[in-house]
Design a protein around this ligand. Sequence first.
Ligand SMILES: [Zn+2]
Length: 292
Amino acid sequence: MKNNIKITIALIIILSLTLSILVGCNRASDILSIHMIDVGQGESILIITPNNKTILIDAGEASQGKKVKSYLLKHGVNKIDLLIGTHPHTDHIGGLPEIVNNFNIKKIIMPQKLHTSATFEKLLAAIESNGFVIDTPRPNSIIKFDKDINLHFLGPIKDYGDNLNLWSIVFKLDYKDKSFLFTGDMEREAEMDLIDTYSKNDLKANVLNIGHHGSNASTTQQFLDYVSPEVALISLGSNNPYNHPHKEVITRLEQSGVFIYRTDLQQTVVVLSDGRSIWSNQAPVNKKATLK
Ligand SMILES: [Zn+2]
């Protein structure tokens, strides 16, 4: 009798442990997280899918590489499935050699634009010495990245000569009902080219990573209307010499009723989604209520 009770109790414990692990897994396996890492004036965005596949977009200036590396490690990231260097400016690719030298990377994507800066050369050398290669996606190509997650590569759609910002890799991540558009430092001309090339549905996104740190050269009203986001993510440093974000951009976002998140005021911002709704670990800077 005593033994039976012991066995029953043991079974109940095992069952409830299994259940809690299953429930825990289910909950965890639903959530996509987007981390706009505070790298001061620059940009670095980590994306972790429900199945723990990872995308890293840029890694800020060279001085920020170690910070991005430790952020990744702190969040259990030790391999990067897709590394995207949006364009060859130092505030985006400067920190990437630190990442390339310290992580197992499955795929690297960069625009087909060479640059002669020491920072760019250093990145190319790091990529080569680690035996990685660079891919450039065709515009309007779609990668099935993970279950329910597609990446739609939109830009750059043409040769932009020496304007490096216009060469920025632009892509949209779709997760069930929700979508997230990443734009690097793309400016007006590239925005117009996207509008001319794609349907509203292709560009429409719930979350827009604002181009060029909130510069008025980006996020035109036409582009904003086309994308019609609910949430804007702006990566920038406080008291930066460019006066980013420009007040015209903030006004346009405010007038369009967009929730704004900014690394200069909030440090690292994490946005989460289960594919049906979107929320964050903090309230947007322009609304008192928490986003839900
Ligand atoms: Zn930049």
